[in-house]
Design a protein around this ligand. Structure first.
Ligand code: TYD
Length: 202
């Protein structure tokens, strides 16, 4: 049986990952593909701990966060693997690119990179769609759509994370990873069209 593709979406908060992921899934389903949408942090035990820490409700060190994201991801990979082997395309909202960008910046990049990239139980995606947005645009979108602002969501932090994402992309491209950087400051329909064209080529 043909294996499913594993496609991840990443970018700073407010870039529109979730919307674009849903739009792509609908389009792929219309084309007759089986699609499974998922996200990190997951809804599993570690994922729930992560959400609580991200909201600021529970205090965790940056190193603890890095390891927890890896643990969550390893458990997630068992599920992803199963879907892919069943011929299902998996679309994931955030993946290790986020850990490298966020926790790689606040702890030790080489350590975080190795835990993710060298782990035999963490699969490399077939493609990463990186939605790029300026921190100002991001913050505008975030404050429009949400009541509570997470610990990583302020202008200074968003600027740092975006720079960090750009270094991560450069780094991972050297390993042969297919990463597509798209300007997310356009209409959702335009962006969806661009993403669909890329995925069709895969
Ligand atoms: P996000 O996709 O913004 O979830 P939601 O739309 O439900 O708020 O992700 C939550 C936060 O998690 C986001 O600020 C980035 C952070 N994060 C990391 O710091 N490292 C990671 O590895 C992942 C997957 C997310």
């Amino acid at each position: 049986m043909k294996k499913g593709k594993f496609i991840v979406f990443d970018g700073i908060d407010g870039a529109g990952k979730t919307t674009q992921l849903d739009m792509l899934a609908r389009r792929m389903t219309d084309d007759g593909e089986s699609v499974y949408i998922t996200a990190e942090p997951t809804g599993g035990d570690i994922g729930r701990l992560l959400r609580s820490a991200l909201s600021g409700a529970e205090k965790r060190s940056e190193c603890e966060m890095a390891v927890m994201f890896v643990l969550d991801r390893i458990a997630h990979n068992a599920e992803i693997e199963e879907k892919i082997n069943d011929g299902v395309c998996v679309l994931c909202d955030r993946y290790y690119h986020s850990t490298l960008a966020y926790q790689g910046k606040t702890t030790d990049y080489a350590w975080v990179r190795s835990m993710n990239i060298d782990c035999p139980e963490i699969r490399k995606p077939d493609a990463c769609i990186y939605l790029d947005l300026t921190p100002e645009q991001s913050l505008k979108r975030i404050s429009r759509g949400r009541s509570s602002v997470e610990i990583y969501e302020n202008l200074e932090k968003l600027t740092e994370v975006r720079d960090s994402f750009h270094s991560v992309i450069e780094d991972l491209r050297q390993t042969g990873e297919k990463i597509f950087v798209l300007n997310a400051d356009c209409s959702r329909e335009e962006l969806a069209e661009e993403i669909y064209a890329i995925i069709k080529q895969l």
